[in-house]
Design a protein around this ligand. Structure first.
Ligand code: NAD
Ligand code: HSO
Ligand code: ZN
Length: 436
């Protein structure tokens, strides 16, 4: 980790840079090529990328069959099945509490002018479950549970086929089976996002694409948005920022930093502390814990682009964190409750020494699909809301039309839009004539 002690605030923007930010243009260009190829060659292109980029053998079908689903799911050991079921329960409980009213209370803005909103599920959704370096079946829970709760009519799941096998990880299939998802496509990366956007013989086009992924996936989602398909948000390489005071346990903090560093070489972890002893303790713990990890190489690369920063006090650490807008923020402090109200940029917050970020990744109940790269400044993570759109309604009674006409007609005339004014004036005149 790169170590900084009391950097001047003028240096903060440089310290808040995400890794590899300057190569975005090349990634976007590559994602664009793949996108156009899928748009013109459909399934044929998907098969080619599965072989070329995922190392999957010739795929007879891009869709997982019912037999494959059942056989794969059955391979999941009982202990993991039980854990997944508990996670499903917790995530369902948290997200079900977010259910909007089907129809919100009507509002009468003027006598005779009634307005209301109805929440409607996005009809066709695509869920992207990353699988490049690890099959993230937990991500399927985070996307599939709210999609089901919202009542989306069509749910299409895309995930990369396995290297050398072309199969999908059993735990992903088990999670899909538990959630009742049956349209499962063996496609990953930009090509999967392109297929969900334009539709192919095997992949239905959708209205909104959800899910995190590497930089190719994130770039392709930007392209999908340009082509009129909605996306949840930019959810790229994982990141965590830890605010640790003198009460923090360096072993816990190091474990939390490593838990996000092991996601990928482009993950970023940041430690802020006002204690020199904690800083040194965490660095020592990182060195001790890192070699014990199966993914030590990946985590080491991420740590090389990560920072440990000594700052003067908690207020300064919060100011830095709010500027950085981390995907995950851990408050490894004695009294986290006192800080919560001052956080205004973060995807998800983990309060106190006994709340590791990993619990939110799997099973506390909150959603782990969160904005990265500073997007937490303006975006929220995935929630039940993400699967709904709101349709507004209005209905005018005669007194409402008569009350609104003198408001709307001059406004329309002032904008030079005579036909707008006319649509109101015609009805106003009709009402007045029919009264007399
Ligand atoms: N922000 C969040 O909420 C969140 C949640 C979970 C995971 N993540 C992140 O998701 C990412 C998962 O990444 P991953 O790579 O393991 O899986 P992935 O499924 O996102 O990407 C794998 C795909 O990338 C494509 N790809 C790889 N190299 C390519 C190349 N050179 N050219 C074109 N395409 C290429 C391939 O098509 C492959 O199928 C990690 O960065 C992780 O940190 C983020
Ligand atoms: N930390 C990831 C979100 O950035 C989510 C995840 C899935 N599995 C483990 N972790
Ligand atoms: Zn994680």
């Amino acid at each position: 980790m790169q170590i900084f002690r009391n950097p001047d605030p003028s240096q903060w923007p440089a310290l808040q840079q995400r890794p590899l930010a300057d190569s975005n243009a090349a990634i976007l260009a590559r994602a664009g090529e793949i996108f156009d190829d899928v748009a013109s060659r459909g399934d044929e292109a998907l098969r080619q990328y599965a072989a070329q980029l995922d190392g999957a053998p010739d795929l007879a079908s891009l869709r997982v069959s019912a037999e494959e689903l059942a056989a794969g799911a059955a391979q999941v050991p009982a202990e993991l099945q039980a854990a997944i079921r508990q996670a499903i329960q917790n995530i369902t409980t948290f997200h079900a509490a977010q259910r909007p009213a089907a129809v919100e209370a009507e509002v009468e803005t003027m006598p005779g002018v009634r307005c209301w909103r109805r929440s409607v599920a996005v009809p066709r959704v695509g869920l992207y479950v990353p699988g490049g370096s690890a099959p993230l079946f937990s991500t399927l829970l985070m996307l599939g549970i709210p999609a089901k709760l919202a009542g989306c009519r069509e749910i299409v799941l895309c995930t990369p086929p396995g290297r050398g096998t072309g199969t999908i990880a059993p735990a992903i299939l088990f999670a899909a089976q538990e959630l009742g998802l049956t349209t499962i496509i063996k496609a990953g990366g930009a090509q999967a996002v392109a297929a969900l956007t334009v539709g192919t013989a095997s992949v239905p086009a959708v209205d909104k694409i959800f899910g995190p992924g590497n930089r190719y996936v994130t770039a392709a989602k930007q392209l999908a948005a340009q082509r009129g398909v909605a996306i949840d948000m930019p959810a790229g390489p994982s990141e965590v920022l830890v605010i640790a005071d003198a009460s923090a346990n360096p072993a816990f903090v190091a474990a939390d930093l490593l838990s996000q560093a092991e996601h990928g070489p482009d993950s970023q972890v940041v430690l802020l502390t006002d204690s020199e002893a904690v800083l040194q303790g965490v660095v020592a713990e990182l060195e001790r814990q890192l070699p014990l990890l199966p993914r030590a190489d990946i985590a080491r690369q991420a740590l090389a682009e990560s920072r440990a920063i000594l700052l003067t006090d908690v207020k300064t650490m919060l100011a830095f964190s709010n500027q950085y807008a981390p995907e995950h923020l851990i408050l490894a402090v004695a009294a986290p409750e006192g800080l919560a109200a001052d956080i205004y940029n973060a995807g998800s917050v983990f309060m106190g020494h006994l709340t590791p970020e990993a619990v939110g990744d799997y099973a506390s109940g909150t959603n782990h699909t969160l904005p990265t790269g500073g997007y937490a400044r303006a975006y929220s993570g995935v929630s039940l809301d993400s699967f709904y759109k709101k349709i507004t309604f209005q209905q005018l009674a005669p007194n409402g039309l008569l009350a609104l006409a003198p408001v709307v007609e001059p406004m329309a005339e002032a904008e030079g839009l005579r036909a707008h004014a006319h649509a109101v004036a015609l009805r106003r005149e009709h009402l007045i004539e029919s009264k007399s």
